[in-house]
Structures are given as structure tokens and as C-alpha cells.
Design a protein around this ligand. Structure first.
Ligand SMILES: [Zn+2]
Length: 319
């Protein structure tokens, strides 16, 4: 079917060249839901970008869909360029430290002359997503993690095919100016209902071929279950996964300086006192075990393995 590609100018560079947001619109002949999908809002979170290109290619081979899809594979062409020595680090604007997923607001603000690049990006993306009844923002988490989903409790069933291995439910008072929750809030202000989620589909800076294919099948399962694509005959409903309130999420910090080597995998439940890693201390030439300080469910291991006292090790749920 026909897919319309539009380029929206975002930022004129010193060179005179212009960075654009490339959007792909796919409109079916039959009524159905309207779904907005975006990836790579944070610079290193590249899996979502490739995943959405895979989807666009797939859709171009399909005869029709129900409803309409708007797809933005690369939501942040500035962030993805933050690269140094083989690593991508564009969670924040490298110039001012602003987190690219904390720039949105409950009301869409149209920008003009003299506004910041964060305001321009927020306005462009929120305007694109506005009017869709479903919004999915695809991210990744850490060096190793299980696929997981941030979603409001009353939308958890709707996004279940994307749940992966864990769901974190978000309350209204958890509002942090993130994209998904801002789309929900701005729709409410206009008297409409939008269901939105943030999908942590993989890990930073990598796209594995197998992982890409598995997440693509999850995405097709979701688009079938919400009615955009015909139900696939081999589609299996997702099994129930552990669900926790966002308020129970904690950061695990290093309590000594060391090289840390993980001996547990994301997706593991640990009891207080269980060993989760081995710490190698270059100041005394000895190694020791690291113990869980409380009962926890391990979601993400953060990238750094040379850590000082008090640095982040992992995202966990305190049980
Ligand atoms: Zn992210």
C-alpha cells in the first residue's frame, strides 16, 4: 500500500544544512484505530529506529490496513549524532544537559522565532502525535535489560503484546514531562482519550538481528490486537508478566569502588543477601561478592563496570 514520506525541518545547522524529522503516513481504506509510533528519541536508543524501518518496509508489501499509522523512525536527529569513541551518549542535549525525554508538556505549545531547540522538537513531535488514539514511544534501557513497558494501569492490557518480561505502571502523579504521558494529558485537555506507552525494547547502542526480528513480531502482534492489521493466524496472546508500580522502582548503587562483574541476569528475582555480582578492587588487589540489599527484581544493568562508591549499577524493583 501507499506510504507517504514527509520531511519536517527541525534545525538549520551552522553549515546551512537542515536537520529534518522524516515521517511516514499509511492510511487504510477501512476505518480503524489511529496509531502513532516513534523511535530513537534518546540518541543511543537506536533499536526502535531500525524496528520502525522494518515496519515501513513490511507495510509497503501489504494490500491494506484498518485506520491509519504515523511512523517516525528517528524522532531526534540531534541526539543520534552524539557519538564519541564508539559510543553514543545522547540521552541529554550535549550542549546543556537537558534530557530529551523530559522536554514535553501537558499542552502542545506551538513554537516560533527565538524558541529553544528543545521547545521546537517537543512541539514538532507532540503535534505529529496529536489526534492519534494510540501512541507508542520506543526506547531502550542500559547495557543489558529485559524488554519492559511503562504504561498507565488502565492501558496495560491494551499494550500487553509489547509487555516483554515486565510492566511498570505509571500513575498521574508520576508525571515527568515524558513524551507518552504528555500525549495522554494533552488529549485529555482536548476532550479526547489517547492510550500511550513507552516500550523499553532492548539495550543502548546495539541492534541484534535476532532481537530485531523478535521485537518486530511483538510489534505486529500489537498492531493486530489493536485492529490495524488483520489478526495473524499464528498470533499467540502474550502471557501475563510481572507487573509493578513505577513507585517501586529503585536504583541500585555501588557501595564500594571496584570493577563490577555481574553474575546474575536481568529478569532475576533476588532475596536480600543473595549474591548479584563480584567486585574487583584495584586498590587492594582483592575481589568480593556484592549482595542484594533488599528483595528485588533486576530489570536493567547499567553500562559502567568501573564504578566509584555511590554510582549507579542497575534499575531494580524493590519487592
Ligand atoms: Zn530512552
Amino acid at each position: 500500500m501507499m506510504i507517504t514520506n514527509t520531511s519536517i525541518p527541525l534545525q538549520r545547522l551552522v553549515s546551512g544544512d537542515t536537520l529534518c524529522i522524516h515521517t511516514f503516513a499509511c492510511v487504510g481504506s477501512k476505518p480503524g484505530p489511529s496509531v502513532y509510533l516513534q523511535g530513537n528519541l534518546h540518541g543511543p536508543e537506536i533499536l526502535g529506529g531500525a524496528l520502525l524501518v522494518r515496519l515501513i518496509e513490511f507495510l509497503s508489501t501489504q494490500p491494506d490496513i484498518n485506520g491509519r499509522l504515523t511512523i517516525v523512525p528517528l524522532a531526534n536527529p540531534i541526539g543520534v549524532q552524539s557519538q564519541e569513541y564508539g559510543f553514543q551518549f545522547g540521552r541529554w542535549n550535549a550542549q546543556n544537559g537537558k534530557d530529551w525525554n523530559r522536554i514535553f508538556s501537558k499542552k502542545i505549545v506551538l513554537t516560533g522565532h527565538g524558541d529553544s531547540i528543545e521547545q521546537k522538537l517537543a512541539s514538532t513531535l507532540q503535534t505529529l502525535a496529536n489526534g492519534h488514539d494510540t501512541v507508542l514511544d520506543i526506547h531502550t534501557s542500559g547495557r543489558r535489560s529485559i524488554p519492559h513497558l511503562y504504561v498507565a494501569s488502565d492501558s496495560a492490557d491494551y499494550f500487553a503484546p509489547l509487555a516483554g518480561r515486565c510492566v511498570l505502571t505509571v500513575d498521574e502523579d508520576d508525571y515527568l514531562n515524558a513524551f507518552d504521558e504528555s500525549c495522554v494529558a494533552s488529549a485529555v485537555k482536548e476532550g479526547r482519550k489517547t492510550q500511550a506507552a513507552t516500550w523499553e525494547a532492548g539495550t543502548h547502542g546495539t541492534i541484534g538481528a535476532t532481537e530485531l526480528e523478535e521485537r518486530f513480531q511483538n510489534l505486529l502482534g500489537f498492531l493486530s490486537s489493536c485492529g490495524v492489521l488483520p489478526a495473524a493466524s499464528d498470533f499467540k496472546p502474550a502471557a501475563a508478566v510481572p507487573t509493578f508500580p513505577l513507585k517501586s522502582v529503585r536504583t541500585l548503587y555501588a557501595d564500594s569502588s571496584c570493577y563490577i562483574v555481574w553474575v546474575t541476569e536481568p529478569g532475576t528475582t533476588l532475596r536480600a543477601g543473595d549474591i548479584f555480582a563480584r567486585a574487583y578492587d584495584p586498590s587492594n588487589g582483592q575481589s568480593s561478592d556484592c549482595f542484594a540489599p533488599y528483595d528485588l527484581f533486576l530489570i536493567t544493568q547499567y553500562p559502567l563496570q568501573a564504578v566509584s562508591d555511590g554510582q549507579e549499577l542497575a534499575k531494580v524493583v524493590r519487592m
